[in-house]
Design a protein around this ligand. Structure first.
Ligand SMILES: Cc1cc2nc3c(=O)[nH]c(=O)nc-3n(C[C@H](O)[C@H](O)[C@H](O)COP(=O)(O)OP(=O)(O)OC[C@H]3O[C@@H](n4cnc5c(N)ncnc54)[C@H](O)[C@@H]3O)c2cc1C
Length: 388
């Protein structure tokens, strides 16, 4: 019996954050993974490896779970603690969520710093299109994880804490003989091959991104970096079901990350078909990118921030899958006993796996150690003092 050794399957943000948490809490962990982000040069060849694509860690989008509130609050507070300790790639953004139609205030309004509805803001600071009239929504300060800096730092931190990454594919028939009594499944869409999932249909939401390298950080009146999600009326831009769809701009140190799209499909072999509208698109880098991502962002960036964006700019397209699983209860954060081992599952984070990564890791650690989360958070931060 090896009670203190834990094998984590998957080296995406869920696997790394969970393994780092457990390693710092005194377990001997090893990650088994068939792919590592740092070794992949063509991200578009692996759309199912979601951790190649997060635009940011802002607020949860395209995520479905009744645990959202608790996970988000824990995650945010842990990110703030890491930022105080200068963890690489974490900054504070002034983030705007803007709509061209009325919208109820979100539940998270009470958990965000400096939250203000649009009507309390000065009109010049609100992201708008040249033809925007009535705008709704809100702004707040939040943690942003600059992915090209944060994710490698997370990997380095895990290795520095004594964790190991073992490059290998895990197959179902390997599970009984894996050399640990606790397995943590963070294999994302790989879970469907490895384990029985109680759901019949497995929803993924495809997202298009455009990276504009070298574009400047956009700084707002208060000195914070600005980012936004902007949802025009459905008649201007909608998802395949006809619901209004957002575009966004997240400035990072390596340029802007522009989005977005939310095309739904069900995981099936050999291919996943996505519902798409016959919307207009630009051909960029050999991929069809919804033209709204450029046209609407261009209008907002010029009108509000006097910044330029053209289809002819140097732009790099990416297409990845957010693994939603299900729109009622997408997240799987539970455990089961198999082959005499306890298997903890941590997958189905939709478009919020980075945002919720610390919340999910602490939740699992609390189940494994039987310690409460505030105590675990304290212990973890003490350990971080030694490695940061
Ligand atoms: C376009 C787009 C934009 C997004 N924007 C945001 C955002 O702004 N904020 C946010 O929080 N989230 C965002 N997300 C979502 C986020 O990327 C995911 O929720 C998150 O990356 C999921 O991480 P994961 O570690 O659970 O899974 P993954 O990153 O998919 O990792 C799965 C891991 O398991 C490994 N694996 C799979 N099968 C096996 C096997 N059999 N054996 C061994 N290893 C295996 C894989 O190699 C990989 O390492 C976005 C996603 C997309 C696509």
């Amino acid at each position: 019996m090896n009670f203190d050794k834990i094998i984590v399957i998957g080296s995406g943000v869920s696997g790394l954050t969970t393994a780092l948490t457990l390693q710092l809490l005194g377990y001997e962990t090893v990650i088994y993974t068939d792919k590592e982000a740092g070794q992949i040069s063509d991200k578009n060849a692996h759309p199912e490896f979601a951790s190649l694509f997060p635009a940011a860690s802002v607020i949860p989008h395209s995520f479905y779970s009744d645990q959202l509130k608790e996970l988000f609050r824990t995650s945010q507070s842990f990110f703030y603690e890491l930022r105080k300790r200068f963890f690489s790639g974490l900054s504070i953004h002034r983030h705007f969520e803007i709509f061209e139609f009325e919208q109820d205030e979100p539940e998270y309004r009470n958990w965000m710093l400096d939250f203000h509805p649009v009507m309390e803001l000065s009109p010049q600071e609100i992201p708008r299109r040249s033809c925007s009239q009535n705008l709704y929504g809100w702004a707040f300060n939040c943690i942003f994880a600059d992915w090209p800096r944060y994710f490698p730092a997370l990997t380095a931190c895990y290795k520095q804490s004594g964790g190991h990454i073992n490059r290998r594919t895990v197959r179902t028939e390997d599970l009984p003989t894996l050399p640990a009594d606790i397995l943590v499944n963070c294999s994302g869409t790989g879970s469907l091959e490895l384990f029985d999932d109680p759901l019949d249909e497995q929803l993924v939401m495809r997202g298009h991104l455009l990276h504009k390298p070298g574009a400047p950080l956009i700084i707002g009146a208060g000195g914070n970096i600005i980012s936004y999600n902007y949802t025009p009326k459905a008649s201007v831009y909608s998802d395949p079901s006809g619901e209004a769809c957002d575009v966004y701009c997240y400035p990072r140190e390596d340029g802007w990350m522009l989005g977005g799209s939310r095309e739904t499909g069900y995981l099936s072999s050999p291919t996943t078909e996505f519902s798409k509208k016959n919307a207009e698109s630009y051909q960029i880098g050999g991929l069809a990118i919804p033209s709204a991502i450029i046209d609407i962002n261009k209008d907002i960036l010029e009108t509000t921030y006097h910044q330029s964006l053209r289809p002819s700019d140097e732009l790099y397209p990416f297409i990845g899958y957010r693994y939603v699983r299900n729109k009622e209860e997408g997240l799987r954060l539970d455990h089961e006993t198999m082959y005499g081992k306890t298997v903890y599952h941590n997958y189905g984070h939709g478009g919020a796996g980075a945002t919720l990564s610390w919340g999910c890791a602490l939740d699992l650690a609390s189940r494994i150690t039987s310690k409460n989360k505030p105590r675990l958070q304290e212990l973890l931060l003490e350990e971080f003092e030694h490695i940061l």
